[in-house]
Write a protein that binds this ligand. Structure first.
Ligand code: AMP
Ligand code: MG
Length: 501
């Protein structure tokens, strides 16, 4: 393994042992094609911890062969590049066929430390047009590639299931969005990039054989423990539903908003995938919409758990022909709500440093969210500073109390919280350690990403590198990086992110 400080990995760019599992599916599932080369590629950033997952030698990052390969200018030996077909519901509406319009799967390579299938697919995002590009140019911009790179690695460090990012390669080729922008290619890794929409595709095309082939492939590779269930497709749906519910609970607990929870962006493994106009909650507003394009707020913070469930229903619909019975399908989907509630409740207890569960805890949590809403307190700072609250010394509350406009309302809630902590003989020191291990000090605030992106546009990648290192240890104090935990500056209030990427 070649994690930081550990010996270098075994594989180089030209010795990665490609398995090409997905390419073993019948041709209806994809189109084989080569990436389209780009002029003068250069390394923007690369993740050592992502490389470690595939036992990859990080010294390769500076090898021109690495840059050429992950720019799509050269196809690695043994890979079988392809674009996969899928469909999906976008903003609640059936959108028909979509597919990898700018992503190219190189193939999968062994990743011994990861769960089933013990392999990770390497996918180039922004590698050129495919038969599924529709009106798009097959490219990605540097801005969104850096955001995806940093957020994938940040989410992994937060312990939230996610696709990973190996590297971003920039190119001098410009692509047109609202204005001309620098283009880039990001390499993502996941055990599979199969989506809910991959199943919907075959259901809506009335192709039951392909639907079954895809379900069998996914179960055999990623959920082999379900193979012997009485109805494996029902067990599969229930397990995906559970994972999705847990993922939503994790997002809510850290204030992450995905922004485009269309069914084609929902991983069949319950991973966070397809980072676009995502955001981390700052001034708390349950109705906050992080995606400027989402005018109705379908994917606002408070909607995410319900949308996760809606998406599972869309998957259930697609799997119905295989499960064979509406009531059984319905029952599999009903695991969502209790799974979400149980998991979110557990995470809230941890966030508040509560070791036990009491009947009135919901009231404490509701009052807390009400208080956060009324005062628009910064989500990350609130929970982090809450960890420093002392049972018998209210003066230690000052930095926390300072986040509130309505201080008497905070004091009233803090009294309630202290009483609750006393009930379980909570210890200040131990509680702070436990809370700091679950409430991050550092998250990828939009303005932090923006500063790194602006520098990267001028080929200064130092800030991207610094953010990567910072976000790899989100729970550590890192006193030298204190400024990165601060409230966003005034100029950041005008920042907007949209579907344009
Ligand atoms: P997204 O919402 O970003 O996940 O993208 C939805 C669909 O649009 C997917 O099929 C993408 O492959 C496709 N797409 C997005 N941007 C582009 C682009 N620049 N060129 C080609 N296809 C794209
Ligand atoms: Mg997508």
């Amino acid at each position: 393994m070649n994690a930081p400080g550990l010996p270098n990995g075994s594989f180089r760019t030209d010795t990665l042992p490609f398995l090409n599992s997905f390419a073993g599916l019948p041709p209806a599932f994809y189109t084989r094609l080569m990436p389209t080369p780009v002029p003068s590629p250069y390394l923007v950033c690369a993740s050592e911890s992502a490389a470690a997952l595939i036992d990859f030698d990080t010294r390769e990052f500076n090898n021109p062969l690495f840059v050429e390969t992950f720019a799509g200018n050269r196809v690695p030996e043994g890979s079988a590049p392809l674009a996969a077909v899928y469909s999906g519901h976008q903003f609640g509406v059936w959108a028909g066929q979509l597919g990898d319009g700018r992503a190219l799967l190189l193939g999968d390579v062994p990743a011994p430390g990861t769960p089933h299938p013990g392999a990770l697919e390497l996918q180039l995002k922004g590698a050129g047009m495919t038969p599924y590009s529709r009106m798009g140019d097959g490219r990605a911009v540097l801005r969104s590639s850096i955001r995806e790179f940093l957020c994938s690695e940040a989410m992994a460090a937060l312990g939230i299931p996610t696709s990973r990012a190996l590297c971003v390669i920039g190119s001098d080729m410009r692509v047109l969005r609202e204005t001309p922008e620098t283009s880039a290619i990001a390499t993502r890794m996941a055990p599979t990039f199969i989506r809910f929409g991959s199943f919907e595709h075959w259901f809506y095309n009335d192709r039951k054989d392909e639907l079954q082939t895809l379900a069998d492939y996914t179960i055999d590779r990623c959920y082999p423990e379900l193979r012997d269930a009485a109805n494996p497709y029902e067990a599969f749906l229930a397990e995906v539903t559970r994972r999705t519910a847990r993922l939503m609970a994790q997002w809510q607990a850290v204030g992450f908003m995905h922004g485009v929870m269309n069914t084609d962006n929902m991983s069949i493994l319950g991973l966070t995938i397809d980072y676009g106009p995502f955001g981390f909650m700052e001034a708390f507003d349950a109705r906050h919409i992080c995606n400027h394009t989402d005018q109705q707020g379908r994917y606002s913070y408070q909607m995410q758990p319900g949308i996760g469930q809606w998406n599972c229903y869309a998957l259930g619909q697609a799997l119905l022909p295989l499960i064979g019975d509406v009531d059984i399908t319905q029952a599999a989907l009903e695991v969502y709500k209790p799974e979400y509630q149980q998991h979110f409740d557990r995470l809230l207890h941890q966030k508040l440093g509560l070791r036990s569960s009491q009947p009135d805890d919901d009231k404490l949590f509701d009052a807390m969210f009400g208080l956060m809403q009324n005062n628009h307190v910064d989500f990350t700072l609130f929970f982090r500073r809450l960890g420093s609250l002392a049972l018998d010394n209210t003066s230690a509350d000052e930095p926390l109390r300072d986040l509130f406009i309505d201080r008497p309302a905070f004091d009233a809630w803090a009294t309630q919280y202290r009483a609750r902590l006393r009930q379980e003989n909570s210890d200040d020191v131990q509680r702070k350690i436990a809370m700091n291990a679950v409430n991050p000090k550092y998250v990828l605030r939009n303005y932090l990403a923006q500063v790194a992106i602006q520098k990267a546009q001028d080929k200064d990648f130092s800030e991207t590198e610094r953010l990567l290192k910072l976000l790899e240890k989100p729970f550590d104090e890192q006193p030298e990086n204190e400024a990165y935990a601060a409230l966003p500056p005034d100029w950041a209030s005008h920042l907007e992110v949209s579907c344009s990427s």
